[in-house]
Write a protein that binds this ligand. Structure first.
Ligand code: GLN
Length: 310
């Protein structure tokens, strides 16, 4: 079995490499355009501590929208369910991750915390004296990696060019959804997006979520089970933006992507998977990462509705 997982990972990596040319690296944040388009890696961690890896699993990249899941955990931990979901909905949008459309058309609340509008409001809900430091502490603790840090150049690049996120924040402010100073909240949001992690860190995060927030080595409850349930449900419904439906059919795992090229995926069978490949499809999701996850899901029977055992 051990050997099987490793060979499936290597096969998935090869199939991922075959589709890389279909993607493009993100360039709307200038610093992200410098990514190495040939990078591709995957790491799978089981709750018994076994770990499997292939390709560029240890190369750091900025987590971008994957930060939305960590900030949601922190907002729920500090402000609570009622406050967070009085300001943000729980519905998929079917629109781009940075869309502004629904804010005017339907509801004054962002549809969900996995799109930019929702994540900016989530950042405003974190009730700690230093929200970014609390975020960094949480990421380091969850990934068991004290070396995780901010990529200053990506942060400054995004802060300088983030006019669309600024538009969203000011619109939310004018509609009284955002409490506080938009520039301060955006600064926290941009920093959170610019924290560097690896596919290995993501596999560990996914494994912890799959284990109901409990660290299997210490039995410590790192994240409350009720919060894990909310976050993973929203990942399933909205984690891949306007590709969430097709991805659910093809991969069928609660997942979250970021334009830095990362994807974290969670299997209820006690498995976390992290992938990294900066070549993105039109929806902003890693083409190589999606392909790898599709192969792993099929070969290892990980799809939520796959009845075969792992
Ligand atoms: N920092 C990025 C942005 O705000 C995150 C988007 C993403 O990863 N999809 O545009």
């Amino acid at each position: 079995m051990e050997k099987d997982i490793q060979s499936v990972l290597e096969m998935a990596l090869e199939q991922g490499r075959d589709v890389l040319y279909e993607g493009k690296v993100a360039n709307y944040i200038p610093e992200l355009a410098k990514a190495d388009s040939s990078n591709l890696g995957v790491c799978l961690m089981k709750k018994d501590g076994s770990i499997y890896k292939a390709g560029d699993y240890n190369i750091p990249f900025t987590m971008q929208s994957i930060s939305k899941t960590f900030s949601l955990i922190l907002a729920l931990q500090t402000a609570g369910y009622d406050k967070v979901f009085s300001k943000i909905g729980m519905e998929p949008t079917g629109d781009r991750f940075d869309s502004i459309l629904q804010l005017e058309l339907k509801d004054w609340r962002p549809f969900n915390p996995m799109i930019n509008a929702g994540a900016i409001v989530t950042a405003s809900c974190i009730e700690t004296p230093d929200p970014f430091q609390s975020f960094l502490d949480l990421v380091r603790r969850v990934c068991k990696n004290p070396g995780i840090r901010l990529n200053e150049s990506v942060y400054l690049s995004e802060k300088k060019t983030g006019t669309r996120n600024r538009s969203i924040a000011y619109l939310l402010k004018s509609d009284h959804v955002l409490d506080g100073e938009p520039e301060d909240i955006l600064d926290v949001y941009f920093r959170m997006c610019s924290v560097m992690i690896t596919a290995r860190d993501l596999a560990r995060y996914g494994m912890l979520l799959s284990n109901h927030g409990i660290d299997p080595e210490t039995n410590e409850q790192v994240i409350d089970t009720s919060i894990v349930r909310i976050v993973t449900t929203l990942m399933m419904l909205c984690g891949m933006y306007d590709e969430s439906g097709e991805y659910a059919v093809k991969v069928g795992l609660p997942s979250k992507s970021g334009v830095g090229g990362g994807i974290v995926a969670i299997s209820r069978k006690g498995v976390g998977i992290g992938t990294f490949g900066p070549m993105l499809n039109k929806k902003g999701n890693s083409v190589g990462g999606e392909k790898i996850l599709q192969v792993l899901s099929r070969e290892l029977h990980l799809h939520v509705f796959d009845t075969a055992s792992f």
